[in-house]
Design a binder for this molecule. Structure first.
Ligand SMILES: [Fe+2]
Length: 485
């Protein structure tokens, strides 16, 4: 037996342990849902809860009061009739006027439809007169049930529970000339009371239900009305954050919310004005910065009459490739600056090497190769220029890994560096150098096509070839403000 009960006991214990966690999770989920709900919902929800709970409590109290009132009315009426009968029946009993007694009982019963029976009994509880004639002569048992009330004159009201359980029996003693002659017994139908109570309960619930429903509807409307300025303020803050604010918010009132909206409008105007100024300053700063980069690039190119304008030409060619690759505007701007700075390291290359009219010997070539590292080092001095280090350092890397300084290969070579590599080579081949003359563009293109997959990225070579075929090496539109040269 105990073994059979054990699993059930374990299960109960497991539920008991899990219940708090489950309730905690449910409560936490409700809390989370409430936090993320809209303000309108929260206000409407709280008002509805308030109205519903108030209506619920009021309806219970009202029903209780009404129940007591109806009960008292019925019982008092029965008690009143019983006492009245007892007062009238004394003389008839003494004079043994059964007809008069019968008349009294009949009238009382006829006047009160909720009386189940009316009887007059002698002190030994033997029925003398009864509204049901067949009960005459019967001895009534002592009423067993809950004593409802007892008056000073001996009138007792008992709620019978041993029969149908739906009767209030009222017994009022008949005392005449100091003698106890018997009692009036009246049975009041409790089901009428129950019916009346249910009717009242239904009406009260209907009234308060209607109040609660109306309250919910009105609170929803009220919440919408109250929330409107707050919602517009919230939208205004979002628009201000994203810089899309168009017009001041409407001020609906002169209360705290109205003053808040007014202050927000003033603050918004101030921020929009300052944002405009900052944008203009940023544009001026950017133009100044780009101009400086161009000056630096031009200064580097100017050291050597043969490379004059080289960086600007590389920038134009690279930009056109970038446009064909559908690079975003910001990337195109960075690509142009990267091109202008790609040979910045040559500022440290000695004139004896940079301007040498003959071909460089291996030692000199090694020194020339260092210009990419010098460039990366120079750019590392300014955090705003650090993003151009990869293209400066790696624009002499080869696709097959045979380039310098790090021997990167394939896609490890940054995109900008791979683009600059092609434009740089094309411009170098088609420009006069101290130790050789420029070659024809067609020959330069053939050499670049031949080096696709070894020195250059094949897909970028394809882009470059297509570009040259359709557009030639015409100047590209300027991307960076104040560009050119
Ligand atoms: Fe270079």
């Amino acid at each position: 037996m105990s073994a059979g009960l054990r699993p059930a006991a374990h299960k109960t214990e497991a539920y008991r342990r899990r219940a708090p966690a489950f309730l905690k999770a449910g409560f936490s989920s409700l809390q989370q849902g409430y936090r993320s709900a809209s303000l309108r919902f929260k206000i409407a929800f709280l008002v509805v809860i308030l109205i519903t709970s108030t209506s619920f409590v009021l309806s219970i109290v009202t029903v209780q009061i009404m129940n007591n009132y109806i009960l008292n009315e019925i019982v008092k009426r029965g008690e009143s009739v019983a006492k009245s009968l007892a007062a009238s029946a004394g003389y008839n009993l003494l004079s043994k006027d059964l007809l008069g007694l019968d008349n009294l009982v009949y009238k009382a019963k006829a006047a009160n439809t909720d009386m189940l029976y009316v009887a007059i009994v002698d002190p030994a509880m033997k029925t003398i007169v009864h509204s049901a004639a067949d009960m005459i002569g019967e001895t009534r048992p002592v009423a067993r049930g809950r004593l409802f009330s007892k008056a000073a004159d001996g009138t007792r009201i008992t709620e019978l529970t041993d029969t149908s359980g739906s009767i209030f029996e009222i017994r009022s003693p008949i005392v005449f000339m100091g003698r106890h002659l018997g009692s009036v017994v009246i049975g009041m139908d409790k089901s009428i009371l129950v019916e009346a109570q249910q009717k009242v309960s239904r009406m009260v619930l209907l009234v308060f239900g209607t109040i609660a429903a109306l309250g919910a509807f009105v609170s929803s409307l009220l919440a919408t009305f109250l929330i409107r300025p707050i919602r517009e303020l919230s939208t205004g803050v979002e628009e201000l954050k994203h810089g899309t604010a168009k017009s001041p918010l409407k001020v609906y009132s002169q209360d705290e919310l109205g003053r808040l909206t007014q202050s927000f409008n003033e603050m918004s105007a101030l921020i929009t004005d300052q944002r405009g100024r900052l944008t203009r300053y940023a544009r001026d700063l950017e133009e100044a910065y780009v101009s400086m980069v161009k000056v630096v690039a031009a200064a580097i190119d100017a050291r050597d009459a043969y490379t004059h304008g080289h960086s600007a030409r590389v920038a134009r060619l690279s930009l056109r490739m970038g446009q064909r690759l559908d690079l975003p505007a910001d990337d195109l701007r960075d690509l142009e600056v990267a091109c202008l700075l790609h040979d910045v390291g040559k500022i440290k290359t000695p004139d004896s090497i940079l301007l040498k009219a003959a071909k460089l010997d291996p030692e000199e070539f090694r020194e020339m190769m260092h210009h990419v590292e010098y460039g990366a080092s120079i750019l590392s001095w300014a955090p705003s220029l650090a993003k151009y280090i990869p293209s400066t350092r790696h624009h002499h890397e080869w696709h097959n890994g045979q380039g310098y300084p790090d021997g990167l290969q394939g896609d490890d070579i940054p995109l900008f560096a791979a683009i600059i590599s092609i434009a740089d080579a094309f411009d170098a081949m088609t420009s006069d150098r101290p130790y050789r003359r420029a070659i024809f563009k067609a020959e330069a293109l053939r050499r670049i096509a031949r080096m696709a997959g070894t020195q250059f990225r094949p897909d970028l070579v394809a882009v470059f070839m297509a570009l040259m075929e359709t557009e030639g090496d015409q100047a590209a539109p300027r991307v960076v403000a104040g560009g050119g040269g």
